[in-house]
Design a binder for this molecule. Structure first.
Ligand SMILES: [Zn+2]
Length: 300
């Protein structure tokens, strides 16, 4: 499972606790769609596990930051993938992408990737690594169609994906130690995207409770270890709900200590302090100090 960016976690934590305005709602649904697409792609790429992979690689060069959705590292070549989860009909004309029905121009994912690939080559060069860089834009959604798609090796649509990956890997040997070392170096240099989404909120403004992530309903007790959503009937274990609530608390209030009373209030008082303590003790590190006990999640 890939990690969400900080802004994404933040908006998810706020979605059912605050009325988000339309801009933030749209921003969140773009992030969700993108994340879902990248996850889909990573599942496809997982079948090629004899090669080295890096997902969601963010690097800095000459003061600017670039992000790559997925990297496949061969022993003599790197392949950059930009994953787009577009839905609907598009048309390709004079190197530009347009929506089919309204002919609205959208920013070209190919140009965006060309630029990123150039920066990535320079980045590798500075690490002392010479290897050729290839790039592909993957349109991962089955409901995406590109009219007049160019006969272009760098555009891959969902129906072509398996064949394209087979072709890419056909003459490649499994990752050698130098390639694995390069992957580890990249993982170390990966910059975590910690930019917040810039929503203004205060603790008092937030709705307290444990929420169903699909529809925002407040969860209710089902049995000793399970909660249920009264709207969609989805069941969640108490442990998962507590940990999710605790993660949300940390995301939204990074400077506050995660204590049992704080979490009790934040989660709307549905669960006993015993339940909260039990779930946190299993997953978190416990710190005791004069002013009380607090918990932290292990660093990922
Ligand atoms: Zn629900």
């Amino acid at each position: 499972m890939l990690e969400r960016s900080f802004a994404h976690e933040e908006l998810r934590a706020l979605k059912w606790r605050l009325p988000l305005n339309d801009d933030f709602e749209n921003y969140l649904s773009r992030l969700e769609r993108g994340f879902h697409g990248e996850n889909e792609f990573s599942k496809k790429l997982a079948a090629y596990n004899e090669y080295a992979h890096v997902y969601d690689f963010t690097f800095e060069i000459d003061g600017s930051t670039r992000q790559i959705d997925a990297l496949l590292l061969f022993n003599n070549e790197c392949v950059l993938f930009e994953v787009k989860n577009y839905i609907g009909d598009f048309i390709y004309k004079n190197d530009e992408f347009y929506t089919y029905h309204t002919m609205q121009k959208i920013s070209s994912p190919i140009r965006q990737l060309d630029d990123t690939a150039e920066k990535f080559s320079a980045f590798l060069y500075r690490l002392g690594i010479r290897c050729s860089v290839r790039k592909c834009v993957v349109f991962i959604n089955e409901e995406f169609h590109l009219y007049q798609a160019p006969d272009h090796r760098s555009i891959i649509t969902r129906p072509q994906l398996r064949r394209a990956l087979n072709q890419l890997t056909r003459h490649q040997r499994p990752a050698n130690s130098a390639t694995l070392e390069l992957r580890d170096t990249l993982l170390k240099l990966n910059i975590k995207d910690t930019r917040p989404a810039k929503v203004l909120y205060q603790y008092e403004d937030l709705k307290k409770g444990l929420f169903c992530y699909s529809d925002g309903a407040v969860l209710e007790n089902y049995n000793r270890v399970t909660l249920i959503c009264p709207t969609c009937g989805n069941k969640t274990s108490i442990k998962d709900a507590v940990l999710q609530s605790a993660q949300d608390f940390n995301t939204l209030f990074p400077r506050e200590k995660l204590t049992i009373p704080a979490l009790y209030d934040f989660s709307g008082g549905l669960l006993s302090k015993y339940n909260l303590r039990k779930a946190l003790s299993e997953a978190c590190k416990r710190h005791s100090q004069a002013r009380g006990t607090y918990y932290t999640f292990p660093k990922r």
